[in-house]
Design a protein around this ligand. Sequence first.
Ligand SMILES: C[S@@+](CC[C@H](N)C(=O)[O-])C[C@H]1O[C@@H](n2cnc3c(N)ncnc32)[C@H](O)[C@@H]1O
Length: 219
Amino acid sequence: MISASSSKPDPSATDATRRRYQRLSPFYDVMEGMAERRYLPWRTKLWSRVPGLHVLEVGVGTGKNMPFYPDGISITGVDLTPGMLQRAQKQASDLRLESRVKLYLGDVQQLDFADGMFDSAVATFVFCSVPDPVLGLRELKRVIKPGGHVLLLEHMRSPNPFLGAVMDFFNPLIVRLMGANINRHTVENVRKAGLEIEQIEDLGSGGIFKLIVARVPSK
Ligand SMILES: C[S@@+](CC[C@H](N)C(=O)[O-])C[C@H]1O[C@@H](n2cnc3c(N)ncnc32)[C@H](O)[C@@H]1O
């Protein structure tokens, strides 16, 4: 389904997401090890396209994007889960990025930043787990300056009707085990949040993985 959205985050759904990722945080990098080989070229491609000097990364996780941060830009990273953010802090320190990477605990559904503060925002494999993805995407629209960009690397429900139905069936189990919904309609959610889609690149697996470049409408 395309997500229904409200104007405030649901505290119990947000707590449940935080608890799942807190539980997974010690194992997350190992769990994702195999998949990461596939993701590396996608991360490289995404970060080669990020415009601007002040960039927000939401759902920064354990800091898997940090090796790809372009030189000369400052990054503000936010994550909901203390265990994930602690690992991101270590990754920033190992890569000697502390001077230009600032990390905060926070919720993308309710960001503690002023309007239009950033040039661009990035999220990779995040909007599958944000309880109200449209609310989170609307927050990105608010904190990015008009005309700025939101770049997403996400998996979503297959457009194949059979595979889509299988994903719907297994989704509750996967959410419980891994924290991620596998049947989100992320492209539609981006539009629903009021962002203008500039480009959608199909990355494989029959339309499940996509790189989405969206723009905050100019006022
Ligand atoms: C699947 S992990 C992806 C991490 C990282 N972006 C990557 O590419 O490996 C999803 C991350 O999103 C975070 N997250 C989930 N809901 C969030 C929210 N409402 N606000 C901020 N971060 C959130 C989780 O804590 C977790 O670290």
